[in-house]
Design a protein around this ligand. Structure first.
Ligand code: C5P
Length: 211
């Protein structure tokens, strides 16, 4: 079976947490595609040309310890607006999406560009304030010295850049299901997403398809 689950949404919407939980539950592989852009952004901040960095990205580049910082997020969204950077990362993501055994990919353009034929498509959202609160708590827990208003402003700036770019902007695919996690626990959000995967698996079984 090569079922593809595409999970898109803005920063700190909960898509990463939901994706990891679903991958563990169904035994699917998981790719956090934001990490690819964060790694390219970090290499660009070190002085490498972003297009060269994307073309030559190595697995160990994803292991850098500084990819989860707010600065890396902003750097990622700047290089993510460069069409040649995105192009360089497409084949890897598409191959991952179709690997045997099933895959969950989370990002901004999975259901629209990387895997438009995904069997399950989710667009995970939450209000700006809820998302900023989550990100703020994460950053503080990681030892960062920041304040809530700055986190909220950064998050909005990044969302806007991601939604407004010309190539593969963050947008909900017409056939995606929107999941607003503002008032949901992680467990509730995961159950809702899992119900969609169960339905897709049943569908595939009924159609005699191997997906
Ligand atoms: O998901 P995460 O916040 O780690 O993503 C960092 C940045 O990478 C996003 O703000 C976005 O600019 C970019 N990105 C993207 N397409 C994806 C995943 C991430 O443009 N599929």
């Amino acid at each position: 079976m090569s079922l593809c689950v595409a999970i898109d949404g803005p920063a700190a919407s909960g898509k990463g947490t939901i994706s990891r939980a679903l991958a563990a539950r169904y035994g699917f592989a998981h790719l956090d595609t934001g990490l690819l852009y964060r790694a390219v952004g970090a290499l660009a901040a070190d002085g490498t040309d972003p297009i060269d960095a994307a073309r030559a990205l190595r697995p160990e580049d994803l292991d850098r310890g500084d990819l989860r910082t707010a600065a890396a997020g902003q750097a990622a969204s700047k290089v993510a607006a460069i069409p040649d950077v995105r192009e360089a990362l497409v084949d890897f993501q598409r191959a991952f999406a179709r690997r045997a055994g099933g895959a969950v990919l989370d990002g901004r353009d999975i259901g629209t560009v990387i895997c438009p034929e995904a069997e399950v498509k989710l667009f995970v959202t939450a209000t700006d304030e809820v998302r900023a609160r989550r990100r703020f708590e994460e950053l503080v827990a990681g030892g960062a010295d920041t304040d809530f208003d700055k986190v909220l402003a950064d998050l909005r700036a990044r969302d806007q850049r991601d939604a407004d770019r010309a190539t593969a902007p963050m947008t909900i695919a017409p056939d995606a299901i929107e999941l607003d996690t503002s008032t949901l626990s992680i467990a509730q959000a995961v159950e809702k997403a899992a119900a969609l995967i169960d339905a897709a698996i049943k569908d595939a079984d009924n159609n005699g398809s191997t997906v």
